[in-house]
Design a protein. Sequence first.
Length: 636
Amino acid sequence: MDRNNIIGIVLIFVLFIVWQTVTAPSKEEIAEQQRVQDSIAVAERAADSLAQLADAQMPAENIQEESTVAPVMPDSLLDLQLAQTYGVFAPAAKGEAEEVTIQNNESIVTFSSKGGNIKSIELKHHFKVVKEEETKEDNKVPLKLLADEKNKFTYFFPIANLPAGGVSSGDLYYEVSKPNDRTVVFTASAGSGRYFQQTYHLEEEGFLMDYDVEMQGLNNLLSAEDEIELTWLNYLDKIEKNTRIEKINSTLYYKEINSGHPDHCKFNGNDTESTKGNPVKWVANSNQFFTSSLIAESQFARAEMESQTLDEDKSDLKRMESKIYLPFDRSQSSTTYEMEIYAGPNEFKRLYGMGHSMEDVIPYGWNIFGTINRWVVRPIFAWLSTFIGSKGIVILILTLIIKLALFPLTYRMLYSQSKMQALKPEIQKLKERFKDDSQKIQMETMKLYREFGANPLGSCLPMVLQLPIWFALYRFFPAAIDFRQEGFLWANDLSSYDEFIQLPFEIPLGFGSHISLFTVLWAVTTLLYTYYNSRHMDYSAQPAMKYMQYLMPVFFLGFFNSYASGLTAYLFFSNTINIVQTLVTKNYIIDQDKVKAEMEAHRKKPKKKGGFQERLQKALDEQRKVQEQQKKGKKK
């Protein structure tokens, strides 16, 4: 062996020694490996003992391939298994679930000692309508929130060396104490004076409940850095008769501390939202008319939300899941979180009094429409309701007030129509004179309008200005709980459709298996009003518009037939008042002779240059010149 070979072998040996030294486990790692091996050995011995015990207790002739008999585990083995799974919380991991209730004049809150969670909240003065399968009649049953068995409301305590990485508060059995009829305390012991405690106190009046969480002596036990995770899973129940409208008015809301207004998941379809590390004031799961919310006294560290719309054949409406993170300070031996739970109706005055923009969970709409509903329509309706018992009569009076407030716009529209009516004979002469030249008829008609001071758009502009109020009311009636289960004439619920006739079959395109009389009356009055107003209109330029205006009410029949009858009642009242206003204004207020005299005086005045009509006239002249040049080019 030469010298180079010897040097190479020595270097390889040295490298091998260095590699072994570097990669060798530390004393701490060796201890951890030994602990894991010991835990595995203990688990295997427990499993073997359990199997031997089961074999000894069960006779051979009773053993079946798929036995449904659960073996009885000795207390020592059970305690060992619970200790391995739940650590210091093992004493609280076994027990029997018991129910406990607290109540006031508005709510009955039922809790379970397993998890220390709300099992259901029954609202004493609100009911859910269920249609009986055999009789097809509506039956009122108690309305409960947070009552789905699939719901979860659990804190996760990260604890090292446990198989699941920690303990869920929903798996524990709590000691229960009830100081009074409106307070209940749930305590889960962790030994040595350590515990996790949840305290619920229902206010004497209303639907608000104080909710305090205390962690005593858990700071050194938990491996959490600076947050404790709370998972709130809530399946929204189908509460209303019209689940389609309820679904598009139900979602998950949340309010960031530094945000002016709440945010929300999409109303339609699935959606996920995150505050991206920003602190949160409250999170709420809201049905069309009822809300369940968790409100921080100070703030939550952050939150992640997910909303899932369920299929029609499912028993639930939507699935809401929120991951809410509570700030955690390991330097404090005792930590208390003060919160509030609101589970009740979406009453504007009540939610507004709670602050923090809670009233925005009511789907009145956003921007100008929501503003009109919150601060104009709603106060008027609330004021009228103080001395008028019937909500249907209130809608009628509200409609009358709106129509009177908008009458100046309506008068301008009708006055403009009167001018157009006075010019109709002159326009007819133009048609006879230039019968083969539609372009010329249009140009001369515009000159005629300008000469006599008539505006063909004058009857449209007031209607356009009324659209914000119309759209606001479109959102108001399905959102205001004041109409829920309030009857009027043949409608038994103004927040849903009225079933004047039940059909033995389903009509597609959203029409449903019923006929809403308010919708039919709206369509009929719309057609009558359209016919009366269009008698003196000139549709020669756009003849299709003459028929489209009659088709629109028919197209909307399917939509309004399954919409809130409070809205269709308003639309019917509105059309009726429009017809009366039109007849009275045209026949008794507007003097046709005076209109003609005013137009004749305008014709004699010198005309100012500029204006919309003159610009339109110039555009028509230019278009005509282009067409004439094109015709000359074709002849050549």
